[in-house]
Design a protein around this ligand. Structure first.
Ligand code: 5AD
Ligand code: SF4
Length: 470
C-alpha cells in the first residue's frame, strides 16, 4: 500500500540507543511509530535519512558521549547537503528531557529534540522539521532551528503508541511503569522521566499476549521502579507487581518472566512469596542497594538501612533458595569515608552477588547530591571502585563456577562469535555459549554447563540430534 505521507518511498532510520533497558524498549517503540511513515529500521547511520540518538543522562560520561556523536552527525549532514541530499537528526531520551534547547544551542545541526514522554508525537515533530527544512532550502532564514517537545503530557504515551512489532529471539521487554517519586539525592531520573506512573493492568496484559503471539517465550517487565507498580485493574482496585506476575504466568507459552529494576522498599510480602510460588518467575533479582553504610544510605535518601536489605535478602532466599542476586553500587558519594566504604565491602561479602553494576558517583547538576559538601576526590573513587569490582568479579566467577556440571534450560539469543556456536541465557541470566545450530535462536534448550568463566559459561546442548544439527 502506498503511504500518502511518504509517496510510497522507503526511508531509513537509524536509532542509536544509550543507557538502560527502558531506552532499548523506547527505541523499539519509536521504530514502531516511524514504520507507518515509511521508515525502515537500519543498523548503521550511513544510509539513514533520519538518525535518532536515544540518550542517557544518568552519569556525566553518558551525557557527554551524546555531544561527540552529534558532532559526527553534523559532519555527515554537511556532506549530504553538499551532495544535494539531507539528514534529519533527532535527539531523544533523558538528555533531551534535561537539556532541551541547550542541545540545539550546542549543536545547531539537531532538527528535533524529543523527551521520553512524547515519542508518540514523533510524526508531528518530523512534519514540522520537514516544513522548516523546506523553508531553509528555499533560502529563507528561520528564527530558532530545532523542533522541541519535552513536555510531560497529561495523557500517557502508552495510550498512543502502536502495538509492539516483532520479538527478538523469543525475548521481549514490556514497560509497565515509568518515572520515579523516590528522589534519591544522586539521581536525575525523577527529573528526566517525571512522576511515577503505572500502566493499567489490562493494557499490560494485552501487550503481553501480543508479544507471546509474536513469539516471546520470555518477557522482562520494565520500570524505573518496577516493583512500585500499582496498575489500575479497571474495577476500582489496583494490581501490585506480584498480582500482575501471577496473571502473566497464566499466559500459555510464556515460560520466563523477569522484572527490573527494583527498590528494596517496594519489595512487599506478596512479591517475595511470588519468587517461591510462580515457576515462570526466574530465580534472579536485580535489587540495587547502592551502598552498605547506613550513613551514606541516609544521605542518598534511600530511606532504608543495611539491615533492611539484609533481612530482605534472607526472606527472598527463604522463598526461593535458588535465587541469584544482582545489584547496583555507587562509590564515592559525597561524605563517604573509608569506614563507610568498608561497610559496602562487608555487605557485599555477607550477601554474595551473582552479578552487579558498580559506578563512581557522578555529580549531576540539579540533584541535591551535587551541592553536598565532602565531594570525594577522583583517585579515591577510582581506588574504591577497583576494590569493589575485584570483589564483585570474584563473586560472579564463583557463582558461575557453582553451576558447572548442572543441566539448565538456556534461551538462545543469537549465533556466537565463533561459527557453529549459539549464545543464550540461563534462568540466572548468565551467558552460555554452546555448539549448536542458529535454528535454536529463540528456543529454550537444556544445556549441560561445562566451564565457568568471569562473564560466561561454556556448555553442551542436551537435546535430540535433529534439534541441534546445523
Ligand atoms: N552517579 C553514579 N551512579 C549513578 N546511578 C544513578 N545516578 C548516578 C550518579 N549520579 C546508578 C545507580 C542506579 C543505576 C541505574 O545508576 O546505581 O541504580
Ligand atoms: Fe533514581 Fe532512586 Fe528513583 Fe532509582 S529509586 S530511579 S535511583 S531516584
Amino acid at each position: 500500500m502506498t503511504d500518502v505521507r511518504t509517496n510510497g518511498q522507503c526511508k531509513h532510520v537509524f536509532i542509536r540507543t544509550y543507557g538502560c533497558q527502558m531506552n532499548v524498549y523506547d527505541s523499539d517503540r519509536m521504530a514502531d511509530v516511524l514504520r507507518p511513515l515509511g521508515y525502515a529500521l537500519i543498523d548503521t547511520p550511513e544510509r539513514a535519512d533520519l538518525v535518532v540518538v536515544n540518550t542517557c543522562h544518568i552519569r556525566e560520561h553518558a551525557s557527554e558521549k551524546v555531544y561527540s556523536e552529534l558532532g559526527r552527525l553534523r559532519d555527515t549532514k554537511r556532506e549530504r547537503r553538499a551532495a544535494g541530499g539531507d539528514l534529519t537528526i533527532a535527539v531523544a531520551g533523558c538528555v533531551a528531557q534535561a537539556e532541551g534547547e541547550e542541545i540545539v544551542r550546542r549543536q545547531p545541526a539537531v532538527d528535533i529534540v524529543v523527551g521520553p514522554q512524547a515519542y508518540h508525537r514523533l510524526p508531528e515533530l518530523l512534519a514540522e522539521a520537514e516544513r522548516k527544512a523546506a523553508i531553509r532550502r528555499a533560502g529563507r532564514r528561520l528564527p530558532g532551528a530545532g523542533v522541541l517537545d519535552t513536555d510531560f503530557p497529561a495523557e500517557s504515551k502508552f495510550d498512543h503508541l502502536p502495538a509492539p512489532q516483532g520479538v527478538r529471539a523469543g525475548s521481549a521487554f514490556l514497560s509497565i511503569q515509568e518515572g520515579c517519586d523516590k528522589f534519591c539525592t544522586f539521581c536525575v531520573v525523577p527529573y528526566t522521566r517525571g512522576a511515577e506512573y503505572s500502566r493499567p493492568a489490562s493494557a499490560v496484559m494485552t501487550e503481553a499476549r501480543q508479544l507471546v503471539t509474536a513469539g516471546a517465550v520470555e518477557i522482562t517487565l520494565l520500570g524505573q521502579n518496577v516493583n512500585a507498580y500499582h496498575g489500575d485493574a479497571g474495577d476500582g482496585s489496583t494490581w501490585s507487581l506480584a498480582r500482575l506476575i501471577r496473571a502473566l504466568a497464566e499466559i500459555d507459552g510464556l515460560t520466563r518472566i523477569r522484572y527490573t529494576t527494583s527498590h528494596p522498599r517496594d519489595m512487599d510480602d506478596e512479591l517475595i512469596a511470588a519468587h517461591g510460588t510462580v515457576p515462570q518467575l526466574m530465580p534472579y533479582l536485580h535489587l540495587p542497594v547502592q551502598a552498605g553504610s547506613d550513613r551514606v544510605l541516609e544521605a542518598m535518601n534511600r530511606r532504608h538501612g543495611r539491615d533492611l536489605f539484609r533481612r530482605l535478602v534472607d526472606r527472598l532466599r527463604e522463598a526461593q533458595p535458588e535465587l541469584a542476586l544482582s545489584s547496583d553500587f555507587i562509590v564515592g558519594f559525597p561524605g563517604e569515608s573509608d569506614a563507610d566504604f568498608d561497610d559496602t565491602m562487608r555487605l557485599v561479602e555477607e550477601v554474595g552477588f551473582a552479578s552487579a553494576f558498580s559506578f563512581k558517583y557522578s555529580r549531576r547538576p540539579g540533584t541535591p547530591g551535587a551541592a553536598l559538601p565532602g565531594q570525594v576526590p577522583e583517585p579515591v573513587k577510582a581506588a574504591r571502585l577497583a576494590a569493589l569490582q575485584a570483589l564483585l568479579g570474584r563473586q560472579a566467577r564463583d557463582f558461575n563456577a557453582s553451576k558447572v556440571g548442572a543441566v539448565v534450560p538456556v534461551l538462545f539469543a543469537e549465533p556466537g562469535r565463533k561459527p557453529g556456536q549459539v549464545v543464550g541465557k540461563t534462568p540466572w541470566l548468565q551467558s552460555v555459549y554452546a555448539d549448536g545450530s542458529p535454528r535454536l535462536v529463540g528456543r529454550i534448550v537444556d544445556v549441560r554447563l561445562t566451564e565457568g568463566h568471569a562473564n560466561s559459561l561454556a556448555g553442551a546442548i542436551v537435546a535430540p540430534a535433529w534439534e541441534t544439527a546445523a
